[in-house]
Ligand binder design. Structure first.
Ligand SMILES: Cc1ncc(COP(=O)(O)O)c(C=O)c1O
Length: 393
């Protein structure tokens, strides 16, 4: 080979050797080389496992997919570029051979309702929002609408209500719809929706899975029935997670169990403290024994792992009081995300639920005095002290 060719080829395409890396490395290759054309043909035809092109498979993200599928008790998982792209993929797979109608929980992440209204609706997919806590009304809505997909969240964003996934799965099955559950707030360590009858489970891996505020990613977890549709849609559209994000998510997940235990325990302490604070009108926390869905939480969640997200309403407060309180925070980070090791505060009215009209927010119970906290792994005393000084001034 001439030097110009050597520059291109030397050092590449070696067999990994007789060693096994202890953790999965980052594979950045866009495509993969096989010894024979027959083998490449088998891999491309999915008769033999193996990566061939980065829009189809990647060994780094495949390792993450294997891990999440195992934790969720799923047939397979697909790592995606964001939580929203996982939701998008789930809806496409659910509706590809079903009626183009969706029934969604009335209080869900703002971008999810925006996607349904602003993207799916113009393409002819109608969405009806219904209160998942009123099961009789929800069932009637599903009977009337006859949807192709039902979309709910394990712990709703931002009011922390907990729908009875098992009962909704029955309703969904009877209606012939696919049940999609956004399990981001709970993680498979708290709830495994497929075991309760869901068909597709979505995660924003950006949150608890990666856990350190340095990843944007998602994972779509599926039963066997939807596997082929997702594979086809995903291979064609390419909403895949990058190998670097896959590596960071996999690395983050190794401590997810420890983090969740600590975060859930911290959240219980912070929620109980907030409940007694004179400036706090009401606390929304799935681990509260007097929570309106406490019976469902006791049935579906493991003991002492009730979630680490909470929200509270400031007495006689509004935008001004929330802004002042948030600006006084010293340790708790004011930022748009959740599930990280550090405690975070978010004002739903200007962030996660900004796209909803103010009247709609009020109607759903997302008041202008509502502040959402993602409780981190710090010492609980420090989280409480910071909230105390911010609320007191
Ligand atoms: C419940 C829930 N689902 C999905 C998403 C979207 O995730 P991503 O930002 O990774 O697209 C979010 C983001 O905050 C969320 O809170």
């Amino acid at each position: 080979m001439k030097r110009e060719s050597k520059i291109v080829h030397t050092g590449d395409r070696k067999k990994p050797g007789n060693f096994i890396p202890v953790t999965t490395p980052i594979y950045t290759a866009a495509s993969y080389f096989y010894d024979s054309m027959d083998q490449l043909d088998r891999v491309l035809g999915r008769e033999e496992p193996g990566p061939c092109y980065a829009r189809y498979d990647n060994p780094t993200t495949s390792a993450l997919e294997e891990l999440v599928a195992e934790l969720e008790g799923a047939y397979a998982a697909f790592a995606t570029s964001s939580g929203m792209s996982a939701l998008h993929l789930a809806l496409l797979a659910a509706l590809i051979d079903r009626p183009r109608r969706v029934v969604a929980g009335s209080v869900i992440y703002g971008a999810t309702s925006s996607m349904l209204m602003k993207i799916f609706e113009p393409f002819g997919v109608d969405t009806t929002f219904s209160d998942v806590q009123d099961l009789a009304a929800f069932e009637k809505c599903v009977t009337d609408v006859k949807p192709g997909a039902i979309l709910i969240e394990t712990i709703t964003n931002p009011l922390m209500r907990v729908p009875a996934i098992d009962k909704i799965a029955e309703i969904s099955k009877n209606a012939g719809a696919a049940l999609i559950v956004d399990n981001t707030f709970a993680t498979p360590l708290l709830v495994r929706p497929l075991e309760l009858g869901a068909n597709l489970v979505v995660h924003s891996a950006t949150k608890y899975m990666a856990g350190h505020g340095d990843v944007l990613g998602g994972v779509l977890v599926t039963d066997e029935a939807h596997f082929n549709s997702i594979k086809t849609i995903s291979r064609t559209l390419g909403p895949v997670m990058s190998p670097f994000e896959g590596y960071l998510t996999m690395r983050g997940m190794k401590t997810m169990g420890l983090r969740m235990e600590r975060q859930c325990a911290n959240a219980c302490k912070v929620a109980s403290w907030l409940a007694t604070h004179p400036r706090v009108e009401r606390v929304h926390f799935s681990g509260d024994p007097s929570h309106p869905d406490a019976a469902t939480v006791q049935r579906l969640f493991p003991k002492n792992l009730y979630g680490a997200m909470l929200a509270f309403e400031i007495k006689d407060g509004g935008r001004k009081e929330i802004f002042e309180t948030m600006e006084r925070l010293k340790m708790i980070v004011r930022a748009t995300s959740l599930g990280d090791v550090h405690t975070m505060a978010l004002y739903p009215a200007i962030a996660s639920h900004r796209d909803l009209a103010p009247k709609q927010r009020q109607r759903l119970g997302i008041g202008d005095n509502l502040l959402r906290i993602s409780v981190g792994i710090e010492a609980p005393e420090d989280i409480i002290e910071d909230l105390d000084q911010a609320l007191k001034s």
